[in-house]
Every structure is written in C-alpha cells, then in structure tokens.
Design a binder for this molecule. Structure first.
Ligand SMILES: *[C@@H]1O[C@H](CO)[C@@H](O)[C@H](O)[C@H]1NC(C)=O
Ligand SMILES: *[C@@H]1O[C@H](CO)[C@@H](O)[C@H](O)[C@H]1NC(C)=O
Ligand SMILES: *[C@@H]1O[C@H](CO)[C@@H](O)[C@H](O)[C@H]1NC(C)=O
Ligand SMILES: *[C@@H]1O[C@H](CO)[C@@H](O)[C@H](O)[C@H]1NC(C)=O
Ligand SMILES: *[C@@H]1O[C@H](CO)[C@@H](O)[C@H](O)[C@H]1NC(C)=O
Ligand SMILES: *[C@@H]1O[C@H](CO)[C@@H](O)[C@H](O)[C@H]1NC(C)=O
Length: 262
C-alpha cells in the first residue's frame, strides 16, 4: 500500500517539463571548471523578420549570449497534443527562462524558469491566452537584475523579483526556439502527462511559425562574457568590451571597417 502511494506521489511530482541538463557550450563553470571558454556576446539588437522559411536565417547571427535584456518572438504555436513550441533562454550554469506552448491546449500558455538547473523547482505558470495555435502572438521576455517579466501580446502575465543565485536567472544565456514532442512515448510518464498526453504522429506534420524575433542584449560594446569563478553568481561574470561577432555580422561590418568609420 505505501509503495503504491509513493509511486503515485512520484508521478504527480514529475508532472512538469524537465530542466535542461546540458550547458550550451558544453562547459558549466559551477561544475568546477575554471577554464570554460568565454561566451560570445550579442552586444546589440538583432531585429529579424522572416519572410519565407527558417533556412533564410544566417546561423552565425544566433551564436550568441545575452546577459539580461529582452527577447520578443512573434509566433504561431504548433497544434497537436504533446507538441510543445518553445522559446528558451539557457545559460552555461543552467539558469533557464522559458515560454512553452502546449499544442493541445487552446486556452492557456505556459512559462517557467529554473535556477542553476535545479530539477526540484516547480515554477511553471499557466496564463490564459486563447488561440495560441490559430494566430500569431507576441511572446516577450524582459529581463534585468531586479525583475524578470513574461509579456504576452503586450500584457505582463508574470513577474519574478530578483534574488540570489539558484533563485533567479542571472547569467549569460543563449536563445533557442523550436518544437519538441514532450508526448513522445519514450519519455517519462510525468513529462507526457504535463504535455497533455501522448503525441499522435499520424496527425503531423506539426508546424510552429515564427514571424519575427527581436533580441536585445542589455549591454552594448561587449564582445564576450567571462565567468571569473565557479559560483554561478551574477557578479562573477565579466563583460569584455569590444565589437561582438554578432554585432559585426548584423551590421555587415568587419572590425577594420568599423574602426575606419569611427
Ligand atoms: C573545461 O572546459 C574547457 C573548455 O570548454 C575544456 O576544454 C576542458 O576539457 C574542461 N575541463 C574539464 C575538466 O571539464
Ligand atoms: C523580409 O522583408 C522585409 C521587408 O521587405 C525586409 O526588410 C527584410 O530584410 C526581409 N527579411 C529577410 C530575412 O529577407
Ligand atoms: C490547459 O491548461 C490549463 C492550465 O494548466 C488547464 O487548467 C486546462 O485543463 C488545460 N486544458 C487542456 C485541454 O489540457
Ligand atoms: C532546489 O530548489 C528547491 C525548491 O525550491 C530547494 O528546496 C532546494 O534547496 C534547491 N537546491 C539547491 C541545491 O539549491
Ligand atoms: C511585442 O511586445 C512587446 C512588449 O509589449 C512590445 O514592446 C513589442 O513592440 C511587440 N512587438 C511586436 C513586433 O509587436
Ligand atoms: C568599446 O570598447 C573598446 C575596447 O575597450 C573601446 O576602445 C571603445 O572606446 C568602446 N566604445 C564605446 C562606444 O564605448
């Protein structure tokens, strides 16, 4: 009897999406590595409208981190039970900020955050937003040291107040978006339940459409970020001045041209 109760409780606790477990660069300074490579910075604003397909996007634009700032994505989520359309900010210390739209839920969207990849955290919230799969909506994350806001179609639906490491995302983060099948039968039951049920692949293809992205790094004139110790704290991160690769690519300049122009 008691083992059945435990199993049920574990099932309930697992009713959520999982925190990411792999740092984007492959090196998490809080694991004790003091020689992780610097994180390339955005150091400017990337404002990009898609007219055709994702393949028109130059991938070099997206190889960057922001340390606070803002991300706006206008997208139509994929329809389909167990299919999740995701916008994720993720740092090498596994600080994480998400929008996750469940393709089987016509009434609510979801957002979440994790600090230092702490898988015991249950921070998901489910604001009302109808028709995420029917039309384009604007999902914005506005992030500074004092507060983190999730804004849907101009309406702030969540605010998290600044706090210490592990309790507030505070380290340089990459931005990724795309879809994944949280209802895949190979995944843990708790994840599939959170996803709203198992994915029926015969209902595919499942398509998330992105109209535009606008991403701003809070700092300008920064070429990269360095972790100066293994604490995972905001104050341990140093911004290195200069033109980032992303800055030069977005403004279609070489460093030499930039220097000549100034
Ligand atoms: C530390 O990180 C560097 C750069 O990513 C990597 O080359 C090295 O193998 C890592 N060392 C350990 C012990 O993880
Ligand atoms: C999409 O169209 C707009 C308006 O014509 C243009 O400014 C922009 O450069 C185009 N985007 C791409 C990625 O081609
Ligand atoms: C959609 O999400 C809300 C909030 O979690 C939940 O109350 C509702 O039952 C969900 N609807 C479906 C169809 O899963
Ligand atoms: C992880 O988060 C849980 C829930 O907030 C908390 O009780 C626990 O202390 C955290 N673990 C660490 C290592 O910070
Ligand atoms: C998206 O929402 C943000 C926050 O309200 C707003 O500042 C921005 O202009 C919106 N972007 C678009 C493309 O509508
Ligand atoms: C940007 O950083 C470089 C390198 O430190 C410095 O020489 C330059 O003056 C800075 N530019 C601005 C606009 O702050």
């Amino acid at each position: 009897m008691s083992s059945l109760t435990t199993a049920l409780l574990l099932g309930l606790l697992a009713l959520r999406a999982a925190a990411q477990t792999q740092p984007p660069s492959g090196c998490d300074p809080t694991w004790g590595n003091t020689t992780c490579l610097d994180n390339p910075a955005l150091g400017t604003t990337l404002d990009y409208s898609f007219n055709n397909t994702l393949s028109e996007m130059d991938p070099q634009y997206f190889n960057f981190y922001i340390l606070e700032g803002r991300a706006e994505i206008v997208m139509q989520a994929a329809k389909g039970v167990g299919i999740i359309s995701t916008i994720i900010l993720l740092s090498d210390t596994l600080d994480e900020i998400d929008w996750e739209i469940l393709g089987g839920n016509e009434t609510h969207v979801s957002n979440n955050w994790y600090g230092l990849g702490n898988t015991s955290q249950h921070n998901g919230e489910y604001p009302l937003l109808a028709g995420a799969m029917d039309t384009f909506h604007n999902y914005t994350i506005d992030w500074n040291q004092d507060r983190l806001q999730w804004i849907a179609d101009g309406q702030m639906v969540r605010e998290l107040k600044g706090a210490g490491k592990g309790l507030y995302p505070q380290t340089p983060s990459v931005i990724r978006f795309g879809i994944w099948a949280a209802g895949d039968p190979s995944l843990p039951q708790g994840t599939r339940d959170w996803a709203g049920g198992d994915t029926d692949y015969s209902k595919g293809p499942f398509t998330m459409k992105v109209k535009s992205v606008k991403i701003t790094d809070a700092a300008s004139n920064v070429t990269s970020y360095t972790y100066q110790d293994t604490s995972g704290e905001y104050k341990s991160v140093k911004a290195n001045p200069g033109d980032s690769k992303a800055f030069l690519a977005i403004h279609k300049l070489t460093s030499a041209q930039k220097a000549a122009a100034s």
